[in-house]
Write a protein that binds this ligand. Structure first.
Ligand SMILES: O=C(O)CCC(=O)C(=O)O
Ligand SMILES: [Fe+2]
Length: 195
């Protein structure tokens, strides 16, 4: 859903992201089991994700408790899921906030560390990107490339909930944005843990 978040809502989300990301070690690149490090930097709310599980604590960091998942963000997620899918009940309790600098990417993957098949709600802020939405069988074609721009909402649920997806590249801004994010891209995904 293009432009689902107006400029004010985008600015408020950017401010919230800056607040969540501030503090030593909060925004970090997750380390993969193969020794690689993700190019995206992430801060989590509700449940802390690291490859490939969730914890209430930053087990791969300083062990501190994960930040709480705010009620207003659940309300926003519920409105988003309602507008996109027509559902009235949606109780997200996880947010993954990803920051992409101009070189960051995310490889094709499924969001499958949750114990729930409730939809994933995704908000994009800042630089546009190519979002690659694939199939549920494997990480290869067929897929659809969608440009996601600041303010866009993308929701995947039902038969698409476990589709492979990724971000092959971010793109330069087409126009200046007044949302308090001078460079880079933020993506916030809301999920239901089922835990
Ligand atoms: O940045 C995006 O648009 C997608 C992020 C994503 O797939 C994830 O956090 O699992
Ligand atoms: Fe994902």
């Amino acid at each position: 859903m293009p432009d689902w978040l107006d400029e004010n809502a985008q600015r408020e989300l950017v401010t919230a992201c800056r607040d969540w990301a501030s503090g030593p070690g909060r925004l970090r690149s997750a380390r993969l089991p193969n020794g690689g490090v993700m190019s995206v930097r992430t801060v989590c709310l509700g449940w802390h994700w690291y490859p490939y599980r969730y914890s209430r604590h930053l087990d791969d960091g300083d062990g501190s408790p994960v930040l709480p998942f705010p009620g207003w963000l659940a309300d926003l997620g519920r409105r988003a899921a309602g507008d996109a899918l027509g559902v009235t009940r949606y109780e997200p309790d996880i947010a993954l906030v990803n920051f992409y600098d101009e070189d960051a990417r995310m490889g094709m993957h499924q969001d499958k560390d949750e114990a729930s098949d409730e939809p994933v709600v995704s908000f994009s802020l800042g630089d546009p990107c190519v979002f690659r939405f694939g199939n549920t069988e494997h990480r290869n074609r067929p897929w659809t490339d969608v440009d996601l721009r600041s303010g866009d909402l993308f929701v995947f649920g039902g038969p698409s909930r476990f589709a492979y997806h990724g971000v092959p590249k971010t793109l330069p801004r087409e126009e200046p944005l007044e949302i308090g994010l001078p460079e880079g891209r933020l993506n916030i995904t809301l999920r239901v843990s089922g835990f």
